[in-house]
Design a protein around this ligand. Structure first.
Ligand code: SF4
Length: 422
């Protein structure tokens, strides 16, 4: 069965928008070249053009503003096989926000196509001047006309080394011109000129696209470099990172009946993330599913260190926690970072070092001298203490996990055992 590229002909753009023409001519070109929708990976950027995603039967990825060429480059590295096509849609705004990404993809001559939807302004955000806005063109941020000239994106991509670059008017049937780019081996870029009816036409009444292009010196044409494309794999099979991970076989039982979320928090350098990963691996050893997420300031050596864990007898398909079922706090940094979430707890447990002031909370509070084990060991000790009090994981399983991870020398196993029986 032939699957159409577009799910609908009624595309979600303003009436008369050139994005409609580009989307339809792109699909027409791909059909002419005999592509199947699932052989095509469309990477879109922030901007009106990007709302095409939902209308496509191809693979789609939506990038951050200006980053879709870098995203497309990443996809190209991982999809370097015959019969697949990576196409990036980007606006004039996005292409100049992410200019370096475009230049790198051109310089490496990656096997992908970028279609620049150049309507001379930022359409989605309100008609502001972009890096491709021609001199004298009116935008909402340059009402008297842009005092600067725009970049020549085609010249930049060509001189950076792209195999194929072209500039076309977004009028009529441009599918053959797009097809040339799509069938190029190596990097290709097509700049399609258009005017946004909602901002560009209103702010520049009576100006025609051809006149704007001419006065901006944007000549239509093709520019070629006779270069081989960069082949990422060169016959090498992609490494599967998971192959290097040792599976943990369940050998303990857990009595946990429902998903339980937990915050473990203390100070940087006090082993919070290590304690969380010991707990996570012990949970796996007990047959539970788990997610672990670390959060700390960019200055990783100071301030709080928080680990968020979800433990469950079922598969867990999310990470992060709004309000935890349990919080284990071992320092004032950790308390300050989680005070608001602790205040929202309506039940569950708050394990907190006895040196800290107990914050308002609906959780049952259990105070203990975690820091008495030494600041660097407070977090791992708090995990054992919490496990002993709640029965969520057996302490035996935690000790075994420490041994299995080769941490027996580093962590104060004997001191923890002694403290637990007191
Ligand atoms: S605002 Fe402009 S660019 Fe965006 S869909 Fe409407 S006409 Fe097209």
């Amino acid at each position: 069965m032939n699957i159409p590229f577009l799910k609908t002909d009624a595309l979600p753009f303003c009436k008369g928008c050139g994005h409609d023409l580009i989307a339809k001519n792109t699909t027409k070109a791909l059909e002419k070249l005999g592509f199947n929708p699932l052989d095509v990976i469309m990477v879109t950027d922030i901007g009106c053009h990007g709302i095409i995603d939902k209308c496509l039967n191809t693979h789609t990825i939506h990038g951050l503003h200006g980053r879709s060429s870098a995203l497309g480059a990443g996809v190209t590295f991982g999809t370097e096989e015959p019969g697949k096509k990576v196409i990036v849609f980007i606006g004039d705004g996005g292409s100049t926000i992410g200019l370096q990404h475009l230049m790198e993809a051109s310089r490496l001559n990656l096997n992908m196509t970028v279609v620049v939807h150049d309507n001379f302004l930022y359409g989605m955000t309100g008609g502001q001047t972009s890096g491709l806005t021609p001199h004298g063109f009116n935008t909402t941020t340059s009402r008297e006309g842009n005092p600067f000239s725009g970049y020549d994106i085609c010249a930049l991509a060509h001189t950076a080394g792209a195999s194929y670059v072209s500039r076309v008017m977004g009028i009529g049937d441009i599918s053959d011109k797009l097809a040339v780019a799509f069938s190029t081996r190596g990097f290709s870029l097509v700049e399609v000129l258009e005017i946004c009816p909602s901002y560009g036409m209103k702010l520049n009444p009576r100006r025609k696209l051809s006149e704007i292009a001419q006065s901006a010196g944007k000549e239509m044409g093709e520019w070629l470099n006779n270069r081989k494309p960069f082949i990422a794999h060169q016959g090498r099979k992609t490494d599967n990172l998971l192959e290097k991970v040792n599976p943990i076989a369940p050998s303990f039982k857990s009595y946990l009946k429902k998903t339980t979320s937990m915050i473990l928090s203390g100070s940087a350098g006090e082993g919070v993330q290590l304690a969380a990963s010991i707990l996570a691996k012990a949970a796996m050893r007990s047959g539970l599913s788990i997610t672990q997420k670390g959060s700390y300031p960019v200055t990783v050596g100071v301030g709080f260190s928080t680990a968020e864990l979800n433990l469950s007898p079922e598969e867990v398909h999310f990470h992060g926690i709004a309000v935890p079922d349990m919080a284990v706090i071992t320092s004032s940094d950790g308390l300050a970072h989680n005070k608001q979430r602790i205040a929202k707890m309506q039940g569950g447990y708050l394990f907190i070092d006895q040196s800290l002031e107990v914050p308002p909370t609906g959780a049952e509070v259990i105070r203990h001298d975690f820091r008495g084990m030494g600041a660097r060991n407070a977090s791992i000790f708090s995990v054992f203490f919490m496990a002993l009090k709640t029965g969520i994981i057996s302490t035996e399983c935690l000790f075994l996990t420490i041994e299995a991870e080769g941490m027996g020398e580093k962590l104060p196993v004997a001191k923890i055992k002694e403290a637990l029986v007191k």
